[in-house]
Design a protein around this ligand. Structure first.
Ligand SMILES: Cc1cc2nc3c(=O)[nH]c(=O)nc-3n(C[C@H](O)[C@H](O)[C@H](O)COP(=O)(O)OP(=O)(O)OC[C@H]3O[C@@H](n4cnc5c(N)ncnc54)[C@H](O)[C@@H]3O)c2cc1C
Length: 381
């Protein structure tokens, strides 16, 4: 049996990104994917253009729509419209297109792929990782990247990731026409979903519809009821939606994302934004950062992978710590949040800047704190 440099469990956005960067530096890497080919994924497909930073090839060929305007509403009324600044800051992609494009790039760089490889066991034996599939196939590698998404059992097994997992309850679907959704406009609806929001993102000639609830996920989301209220406002009908529900693992505190020769990426690492469900940017960022640390480690330049956890904390986790606080306050008192947050003159611009990756929740919190301090000190003076 050939010893791989890295075995990647899962061929989604995070796994294929890590695979591309490792293969591109001539590492012997294989993606182990339980499905036969890229399945249609439950995802809105909204993605900050900032993700381009992590690839030497252009992603634009697989972008369905470039968003220039964001529209917010409260129960389909009280609408706020915001133009995005900068060039093409927010994109909508079809996930199946994005994932198969990244997989092709990884394979063109020399990565191998084993499909129908449903990983059921991962163990370490004298510094070698043994990964076993349900059908008995086994591979061996110097390192493993855990990229198998929100239902991954491995963080618990290896005592990595947040101590307590947190999930959002979501629904996502597609409609094969655009209704009255304006081109280049993404819609965010805040009043119809309890403790969450609904969205409509335009594709070339279709629409991605979805919703997520972020605080109380004991019950599944009543998507039928919400679709009945939301879709007519877009000139669409609930009977047109083909979709699925999914539990999405979201960020829940700083945690250790690596062990000795093992790294968690994407949803398996609980990186998804707990306020807006943005998971693609951290999936691609973590795939990139994981590959970077693994390359140094495999080349003997560093003797552990701790730099990966540190990079994800600095580049993503610090912002998510504020995203979690904002989410808990906003979704507990959404009407007040909408009036004071979204309807504040600068708020739509700020949300747009978060979506485009120009600003972090941390930047916003720092501004708010400064403003409060300034107001307090001037009221005493
Ligand atoms: C309804 C919904 C809407 C969303 N909308 C957006 C959005 O608009 N924008 C955004 O940025 N993010 C969005 N997200 C989040 C985003 O989809 C995820 O964060 C992203 O898919 C994470 O990628 P990943 O590669 O970590 O995991 P995944 O994309 O889930 O990939 C995991 C892969 O691992 C494979 N796998 C699983 N188990 C095994 C196993 N045992 N053996 C081998 N392979 C296995 C799976 O088949 C899959 O291919 C949304 C999520 C949901 C649920």
């Amino acid at each position: 049996m050939t010893l791989l440099d890295v075995a990647i469990i899962g061929g989604g956005a995070s796994g294929t990104t890590a695979a591309f960067h490792l293969a591109n530096k001539n590492k012997n890497v294989c993606i182990l994917e339980k499905n036969i080919s890229t399945p249609v994924r439950v995802c809105g497909g909204g993605m900050s253009a900032a993700v381009q930073n992590w690839f030497p090839f252009q992603l634009m060929p697989i972008v369905d729509e470039v968003i220039t305007t964001v529209e917010f509403s409260w129960r389909n009324t009280d609408k706020v419209i915001s133009k995005l600044s900068g060039s093409a800051p927010f994109w909508i992609v079809k996930r199946e297109k994005l994932d198969s494009f990244l997989l092709d790039q990884a394979m063109n760089s020399g990565c191998n792929l084993m499909t129908t490889f449903n990983v059921v066991n991962i163990k370490k034996n004298s510094n070698i990782w043994q990964v076993t599939a349900q059908d008995g196939r086994q591979i061996e590698a110097k390192a493993v990247v855990i990229a198998d998404g929100s239902q991954s059992p491995w963080p618990k097994t290896f005592n990595l990731g947040p101590k307590k997992e947190r999930f959002a309850s979501t629904f996502s679907g597609r409609i094969k026409r655009k209704g009255n959704l304006t081109c280049e406009t993404a819609r965010f609806e805040f009043g119809l979903v309890q403790n969450g929001f609904a969205w409509a993102f335009p594709l070339n000639d279709e629409v991605n519809i979805g919703m997520g609830t972020f605080l109380d996920i004991k019950n599944s989301i009543p998507f039928d009821e919400i679709l009945k209220l939301f879709l007519p406002d877009l000139g669409l009908a609930p009977s047109e939606v083909i979709g699925q529900q999914k539990k999405l693992r979201v960020w829940n505190g700083h945690s250790n994302l690596n062990g000795d020769g093992i790294i968690l990426v994407g949803d398996a690492a609980s990186l998804c934004d707990p306020f807006l469900a943005e998971g693609l940017r951290p999936a691609l960022m973590s795939g990139f950062e994981a590959a970077k640390s693994l390359i140094y480690w495999l080349d003997g330049n560093i003797n552990n992978l701790d730099a990966y956890t540190k990079a994800m904390k600095t580049n993503w986790g610090n912002s998510m710590a504020w995203g979690k606080r904002i989410s808990q306050v906003f979704y507990r008192f959404p009407k007040v949040g909408y009036q004071l947050g979204i309807k504040r003159p600068t708020a739509p611009k700020r949300i747009a800047q978060i979506l485009s990756g120009d600003m972090s929740y941390e930047d916003i919190a720092t501004r708010v704190i400064k403003r409060l301090l300034f107001q307090n000190s001037s009221s005493y003076s």
